[in-house]
Design a protein around this ligand. Structure first.
Ligand code: HPA
Length: 271
């Protein structure tokens, strides 16, 4: 594993002179961020040694190096979901490569279903914590001390300072930014009403099919993490709305400007 990470990092260093120390995983709801980047270099995942290739509709696969405002960033356009059949090491491989490249701060975004009764479709939510309900932890198996400690704490997986900064930015811009616990599940089924209810009762505010594996690896790697989630549908025992992929995409598109405004400013103000 270490050799493969190094090989990929070396390849990227050969293509990009100045490697940024900030990376952004663009989920559903933040794809348009790339339109706000300048001086971009697109590297398709298919050209990157050891990178899996993204398969799902609506997610193109490119690593994009460039500037967002004044900040040099690496953006992942398209992520690898567990439901696509990738194993956890593949899902989190890009984060390991970021680590090898010296990335210190990781921003992640996703679409999710809201269980919190205060939430509305189109809300944006800062992820303050998560509940890992994937059947597997990405750190299962041999631990490489070079990459991180065997038993990493997840007490403060999401950086408090970045959470506060995002709140300040949202207040300045008049954006309603919720806080909440993200429940990570495999999908690809959306939840039954009883499942949404269960996730709410155990302390979840939103549920989605990504992010948790990448964040676990980023924390293991010693990175600071900020996560934002777009609420694309609502679920619970009294909710009769049936979520579809198309609806999720549409709601994410509508909420995207809010997500973008926060993220652009946050990436620039984060030291
Ligand atoms: N459940 C799981 N994942 C999701 C949802 C949902 O309701 N909405 C968007 N991603």
């Amino acid at each position: 594993m270490l050799d493969r990470i190094k090989q990929t990092a070396d390849y990227l260093r050969g293509r990009i002179a100045n490697i940024p120390n900030t990376a952004i995983i663009l989920g559903t709801g933040l794809g348009a961020l790339v339109d706000h980047m300048t001086d971009t270099v697109y590297i398709p995942y298919s050209e990157i040694p050891n990178f899996p290739v993204s398969t799902v509709e609506g997610h193109s696969g490119n690593l994009i190096f460039g500037k967002l405002g004044n900040k040099d960033v690496i953006a992942m356009q398209g992520r690898f979901h567990y439901y696509e059949g990738y194993d956890m090491k593949q899902v989190t491989f890009p984060v390991r490569v970021f680590q090898a490249l010296g990335v210190k701060t990781l921003f992640v975004s996703n679409a999710s279903g809201g269980m919190n009764k205060e939430f509305q479709v189109g809300d944006v939510m800062t992820i303050t914590d998560h509940i890992n309900l994937f059947p597997e932890n990405p750190l299962r198996g041999r631990n490489y001390n070079e990459l991180g400690t065997r038993f990493p704490a997840m007490t403060e997986a999401y950086d408090k300072k970045l959470i506060r900064l995002a709140d300040e930015i949202a207040a300045e811009k008049g954006i309603r930014l919720m806080h909440g616990v993200y429940v990570g599940v495999t999908g690809p089924t959306f939840e039954t009403p009883a499942e949404y209810e269960f996730f709410r009762v155990i302390g979840g505010d939103a549920v989605g099919m990504s992010t948790v594996p990448e964040v676990i690896v980023a924390v293991h790697a010693g990175m600071r993490v900020y996560g934002i989630s777009v609420i694309t549908d609502l679920g619970g025992k009294d909710v009769t709305q049936v979520p579809t992929h198309e609806e999720v995409q549409k709601a994410a598109g509508i909420a995207q400007p809010k997500c973008l405004e926060i993220m652009k400013e946050l990436v620039n103000r984060a030291d």
